[in-house]
Design a protein. Structure first.
Length: 98
């Protein structure tokens, strides 16, 4: 089980929000089960999201992809810096957080 396969499966069968603003909002409203961050996300965004995860007692994982690569892994044609897992669907991605 690789994180890339699980992220793609989660995006197809579950509910995933992409983007910094939507992901931040999902954490603030208690909808998110975890965050997946691109390794080259802006430092300020990474620190803010990390702090919000700590407050909300959520886990996050850093993937070793640029935003463009991360978007392609998910199956999108645009860059993605952050993905918020709302519902994992048939994916076992939440096991990667532990």
């Amino acid at each position: 089980m690789t994180i890339d396969v699980e992220i793609k499966r989660c995006y197809k069968t579950g509910k995933v929000l992409v983007g910094t603003k939507d992901s931040e909002r999902s954490v603030l409203f208690g909808e998110s089960k975890g965050l997946v961050l691109s390794s080259s996300i802006h430092e300020a965004d990474r620190l803010r999201l990390k702090h919000l995860c700590k407050i909300a007692k959520l886990q996050f994982v850093l993937v070793n992809h640029t935003p463009l690569e991360f978007g392609k892994v998910i199956g999108l044609a645009h860059p993605v810096s952050v993905a918020s897992i709302i519902s994992e669907g048939k994916s076992k991605i939440l096991l990667e957080f532990k």
